[in-house]
Design a protein around this ligand. Structure first.
Ligand code: NAD
Length: 257
């Protein structure tokens, strides 16, 4: 198991104990990392409570990723507390509920803007904030979370599929930009997992059933498995990997029918 003792990481996207970002936080904390967790206003209490369950309680900070002011404040505080940053986990996505249940042709201009801003642009904004702190450590690693809906059509995934395609392209452009500073940027494409965000997608339980029936491993993945994969990409073991989308989906993506 990789040792993250003395390393500091920022994890954005914990809402509750089912959040994939929380599984990653646990995987990193049990490897010795000291963490900062951010929360969206309505989840403050949950995130504070969860943080207390980590070996060393995290630095818990508010951050709405649509606000540049919030993002700046997070990195200023991390610089103060940690004096640098070794890794960043981006586990944030959002689309208006109606965009995930109506025909794709009905996607609104505002719904499109919001989904792309929160789910894709935010990776650029957060990476920009992290880079100077990672440079203080001689490099760093960034991991985001995506889904196969970026390249295949899933019922009702709609504008979120477009946002994930943008997110994956963003991973590649960021990786090329910050690579010379020894900063790596990768995505994990997770199979479906029952979380708060997933509950917003109409017919999500049917997607779970299809994966269970057809994926080579004949089961769905667990959040803990995404945590382990993230720990690999964030660790020295992944030091040769950047600009990559790592599929952690019981192999579903290889199936034709
Ligand atoms: P989740 O609901 O637990 O996490 C989504 C997070 O996004 C929440 O913490 C929420 O607070 C945050 N968020 C939304 N808008 C925000 C904003 N404006 N500012 C700050 N934070 C904001 O659900 P999850 O499934 O753990 O989602 C995490 C990531 O994993 C997402 O990118 C999601 O698309 C991706 N993903 C999920 C699945 C799945 O099946 N659950 C599969 C593949 C990828």
């Amino acid at each position: 198991m990789a040792d993250f003792t003395g390393k500091h990481g920022l994890i954005v996207g914990v809402a509750n104990k089912r959040s994939i970002a929380w599984a990653i936080a646990q995987a990193m904390a049990c490897r010795g990392a000291r963490l900062a967790l951010t929360y969206q206003d309505r989840f403050e209490e949950h995130v504070n409570e969860l943080s207390q369950g980590l070996g060393e309680p995290a630095l818990v900070l508010p951050c709405d990723v649509s606000s540049d002011t919030d993002i700046e404040a997070v990195f200023a505080r991390i610089d103060q507390e940690f004096g640098g940053l070794d890794f960043l986990v981006h586990g944030v996505a959002f689309a208006l509920r109606e965009e995930l249940s109506s025909p794709f042709t009905n996607t609104t201009r505002e719904g499109f803007r919001i989904a792309l801003d929160i789910s894709a642009y935010s990776l650029i904004a957060l990476t920009k904030g992290a880079v100077p702190l990672m440079e203080k450590r001689g490099g760093g690693s960034v991991v985001t979370l995506t889904y196969l809906g970026s390249e295949r059509v899933f019922p009702n995934y709609n504008v979120m599929g477009v946002a994930k395609a943008a997110l994956e392209a963003t991973v590649r452009y960021l990786a090329a930009d910050v690579g010379p500073r020894n900063i790596r940027v990768n995505a994990i494409s997770a199979g479906p997992i029952k979380t708060l965000a997933a509950a917003g997608i109409s017919g999500f339980s049917n997607i779970l059933n299809v994966y269970r029936d057809r994926a080579p491993l004949r089961r769905n993945v667990e959040a803990g498995e995404i945590g382990e994969a993230a720990a690999f990409l964030l660790s020295d073991a992944g030091r040769g990997v950047t600009g990559e989308v790592l599929m952690v989906d019981s192999g579903f993506h290889i199936t034709g029918m």
